[in-house]
Design a protein around this ligand. Structure first.
Ligand SMILES: [Fe+2]
Length: 290
């Protein structure tokens, strides 16, 4: 985190700044992130999805550093990012904030052909062969100590339309959202305010996989949709590692393949074994056979 100027702290940020120096900086560590990032890029995945948060206080300099990190992961055509609650920590002019990540937060040509991006920029769709990513923003500025999020009725409506259309095309639909989408996955202070309504849209339109962050915890849930089961996976933070504490920093790899009458999807978890040491395969699990 960059050093904050006094005028940048005249807001909710001052509490976050104190929080950071009191504890978070010992938990979220750059060397851990670097170790994980290195392992990830070495394995040359087809695509990387980053579900936020990317910054802490929303200082203008943090957005630039986060953009550099995204660039280090790969070019925008191979990396998709969505904002988290910290990325909307304070109301910041977009030019100084998430605009720096714009190339990572827009549809590709194949996605745009199927589902055009609305003027509000979310949801945007990217398509890679049989896989379509539908990227939502649940980031909203909130009062201090509140880390809640919201999809909103406009995005929910467009999400339903996008999922229906992509389902008709027979694609494997992956929704990206920062906050855990199911009701009860996070409390009022830090949860998705319209979790119930968002989940209902996904049930009615169909989705195969939902990826989220925010809880800093590995979780797998399943719910039924009109087109079969949907799997919801939460991933731990990519920088959080305190010796001996679980969950350690981790990312998940997904192998998605078309099989007879459906899709097979296998998840491989890769985590920091011990601070500053190495990355190991901590889990391998078939999420769906077809
Ligand atoms: Fe978050």
């Amino acid at each position: 985190m960059p050093r904050a100027k006094r005028r940048d702290l005249l807001s909710k940020r001052v509490l976050g700044y104190v929080n950071w120096h009191r504890g978070r900086k010992y938990v979220h560590r750059r060397e851990v992130l670097n170790l994980l990032t290195h392992d990830l890029t070495e394995r040359k995945p087809d695509h990387i999805a980053v579900t936020g948060d990317l910054v802490n206080l929303g200082l203008p300099e943090e957005f630039i550093r986060a953009a550099e990190w995204l660039h280090h992961l790969g070019p925008p055509r191979r990396v998709t990012a969505i904002p988290g609650n910290h990325d909307a920590y304070v109301r910041l002019h977009p030019e100084r904030g998430t605009r720096h990540w714009q190339p990572y937060m827009e549809s590709n040509e194949a996605g745009e052909l199927l589902v055009p991006t609305p003027p509000t920029l979310f949801p945007f769709v990217r398509r890679f062969g049989d896989v379509a990513l539908v990227a939502l923003s649940s980031a909203i500025p909130t009062m201090p100590f509140i880390a809640a999020g919201k999809v909103g009725s406009l995005q929910r409506g467009l999400l339903g339309e996008a999922l229906t259309r992509l389902g008709r095309e027979g694609l494997f639909r992956v929704v990206l959202i920062h906050h855990p989408p199911l009701p009860g996955q996070a409390g009022w202070h830090r949860g998705l305010r319209d979790a119930g309504r968002t989940t209902r849209v996904m049930k009615q339109s169909g989705v195969e996989l939902v990826l989220h962050g925010h809880n800093h915890e590995q979780t797998v849930f399943e719910f039924e949709t009109v087109s079969g089961p949907a799997i919801v996976v939460g991933v731990p933070s990519a920088s959080e590692a305190v010796e001996g504490r679980v969950p350690a920093a981790r990312y998940n790899e997904y192998a998605i393949a078309r099989v007879d009458g459906g899709f097979r999807c296998e998840m491989v978890g890769r985590a920091v074994a011990d601070v500053g040491e190495h990355i190991w395969e901590c889990e391998r699990r078939v999420l769906r056979e077809r």
